[in-house]
Design a protein around this ligand. Structure first.
Ligand SMILES: *[C@@H]1O[C@H](CO)[C@@H](O)[C@H](O)[C@H]1NC(C)=O
Ligand SMILES: *[C@@H]1O[C@H](CO)[C@@H](O)[C@H](O)[C@H]1NC(C)=O
Ligand SMILES: *[C@@H]1O[C@H](CO)[C@@H](O)[C@H](O)[C@H]1NC(C)=O
Length: 347
């Protein structure tokens, strides 16, 4: 399988990015100024781990998503294709452990939710077959333990709960679940469920206004009790209070070229890592302050090769490593923080 070189942001990319900017935007003085300031402050934060996984031959389909169980050092990858294993389990140091495809139709997003007592992975399934339009929980060896939604029937209903192209989910330690539904289907909504799967609140409308969505594609939480949603079609990230669902604001100035596909915080909450699919680019944004979220700012970029297409990513909440599921390159790549960054972590 081909490996793709990445252009890491550093002193060298400053010039390259300015040239790009001139190309796309002409020579508006104000824009030039804004770009130069943001690129000049870029930091080199991550390097590609060419050794993960040890054998990339396991990627036999289109790799749509990745999840990390940092408690147990496991990395789950889900891929699409015919007559292949759909879920692959690796160790975080790159060894393949096992695979399954039973009851998995067309995986889109995933989340590993582990406690000291239970290893599990949740998968959103956008298939139109008998396991599709659902959000499913598996144990670590692939036994199906929970199905949310009405299997095989897409819809907009809440009782019983139905999904159409559920994109991703985030599960809190308490068991509360946040689901974004979805990826271009009938629904454009964010739903919070309790640990016993009752709806606690939801935002359920299409549109461009506050708390409305156009392809809510990825969801995560920060440590200040806020829910961050990649509202991809609206080229913004929207932020909500996790307890009340109240709309707290949006970040959009970093996404004028393309909306965010994936959102994940680093373990120290210093950065928010975002994927831009068609640009084949990862943005490392400054983590938000507590209180007013202000506006976003790009700290660093990781430019992948053209057509790599990073779809969803995950950040290991112990080591800070970023795993990127690439639907163009059909592989998952791992980026590790430079040691300086790790040192910064532990102080
Ligand atoms: C499930 O995966 C196995 C290989 O692990 C493959 O032989 C089989 O065809 C797959 N089944 C489906 C329905 O994709
Ligand atoms: C929601 O968005 C979809 C896709 O953009 C559109 O087809 C549909 O008409 C919208 N529904 C409403 C209620 O605006
Ligand atoms: C990426 O490009 C494809 C093909 O042009 C388009 O259908 C899709 O909407 C784009 N996705 C994003 C996130 O811009």
């Amino acid at each position: 399988m081909a490996r793709f070189w990445v252009c890491l942001a550093g002193a060298g990319i400053f010039l390259a990015c300015v040239v790009l900017h001139e190309h796309f935007y002409g020579s508006g003085v104000l824009m030039n100024f804004a770009f130069q300031v943001s690129w000049r402050t870029e930091k080199l934060l991550y390097r590609l781990d060419l050794d993960w996984p040890h054998y990339s031959e396991y990627f036999t389909g289109t790799t749509f998503c990745v999840a990390v169980d940092s408690v147990n050092g496991l990395v789950y990858v889900a891929q699409r294709g015919d007559n292949i294993p759909k879920v692959l389990v690796f160790t975080e140091d790159g060894y393949f452990l096992r695979a399954w495809n039973y009851t998995v139709d067309t995986p889109h997003g995933m989340f590993a939710a582990s406690t000291p007592y239970e290893q599990s992975v949740w998968i959103t399934d956008v298939g139109s077959g008998s396991y599709g339009h659902t959000v499913k929980k598996y144990n670590s060896v692939g036994d199906l333990v929970q199905v949310l939604g009405t299997a095989g029937k897409k819809g907009t209903g809440l009782n019983p709960l139905q999904f159409d192209n559920p994109a991703e989910l985030y599960v809190e330690d308490t068991g509360d679940i946040y689901i974004v539904d979805g990826d271009g289907g009938l629904n454009n909504r964010l739903i919070k469920l309790s640990q016993d799967f009752m709806i606690l609140w939801l935002h359920g409308e299409n549109g461009t206004g506050p708390a409305k969505f156009n392809i809510p594609h990825s969801v995560t939480l920060d440590s200040a009790g806020r829910v961050w949603v990649a509202d991809r079609g609206n080229k913004r990230i929207q932020v909500f209070d996790k307890d009340t669902g109240e709309w707290l604001g949006a970040w959009s100035s970093c996404f004028t070229e393309e909306g965010p596909s994936s959102v994940r915080f680093t373990p120290d909450r210093k950065y928010l890592v975002v994927a831009q699919l068609n640009l084949s680019r990862l943005l490392v944004l400054a983590g938000p302050p507590v209180g007013s979220i202000g506006d976003c700012s790009v700290v660093s970029t990781i430019q992948l090769a053209d057509q790599v297409l990073p779809h969803l990513l995950e950040v290991d909440q112990k080591t800070g490593a970023i795993y990127v599921a690439e639907i163009g390159a059909k592989q998952v790549q791992k980026f590790v923080p430079f040691s300086g960054y790790i040192a910064a972590f532990s102080t």
